[in-house]
Design a protein around this ligand. Structure first.
Ligand code: GRF
Length: 203
């Protein structure tokens, strides 16, 4: 790849951060079109915060306000300010458990990605791996999509399927899906970064 300044990625996550780790490690191991510059979580002491220390990336607990499933509107606006100050170009949700609303969507149009643990449009919402087992599905997988106003409804950018075996439990399936997630997410994030960089160079 020719010498370009990588785009600045912020990762928002609520959990252990294995997808955040995959995104960070991929861009450290080989030169990609993005670099992770900010880690944000809505959960104090979330595992994802430890990645900040490990990889020397600013990582913050960002208090979301009184709601359980979304940011308070003024907090979401403040988050936009924080992301702007860090000169963030685009955002990856990685196990982030809040619905993104207008302030953030409007500030980063078509620049917020999510990874979901099923082959959308099948099994949107929570515990998608459990939904797949309960439905008796023979395969599942993961999907990277753009975030829009709905829940797991945005434009699909990439998918990887995994088989479901007869003796699978929700847990073993989730582990297999996560392995696929860790391959797929860095690949799609890099492709999106490359496309955004190409658009930028046409201005
Ligand atoms: C992943 O399975 C992702 O698909 C879902 O939440 C989980 C987050 O896991 N949205 P991690 O925190 O990245 O390990």
């Amino acid at each position: 790849m020719k010498q370009v300044t990588p785009l600045k990625l912020a990762i928002l996550g609520s959990g252990k951060g294995s997808n955040a780790r995959a995104l960070i490690e991929a861009s450290k191991q080989s030169k990609l079109y993005y670099e992770t510059v900010l880690l944000i979580t809505d959960i104090p002491h979330a595992g994802i915060l430890r990645l900040g220390e490990e990889f020397q990336i600013p990582a913050y607990f960002f208090s979301p306000g009184p709601f359980k499933t979304k940011f308070a509107p003024e907090r979401e606006q403040e988050l936009v300010t924080l992301l702007r100050e860090a000169k963030v170009d685009f955002i990856a949700l990685a196990g982030f458990m809040r619905v993104i609303k207008e302030p953030l969507l409007a500030a980063f149009p078509k620049r917020i990605l999510n990874i979901h643990p099923s082959l959308l449009p099948h099994f949107p919402g929570r515990e998608a791996w459990e939904q797949a087992i309960d439905a008796g599905a023979r395969e599942s997988g993961c999907t990277v999509h753009l975030v829009d106003h709905g829940i797991d409804t945005g434009e699909i950018l990439g998918q990887e399927s995994v088989p479901i075996f007869q003796n699978d439990t929700a847990n073993t399936l989730h582990l297999r899906i996560q392995e696929a997630e860790h391959r797929l997410y860095p690949c799609i994030v890099n492709t999106v970064a490359k496309t955004l960089l190409q658009k930028k160079s046409h201005y």
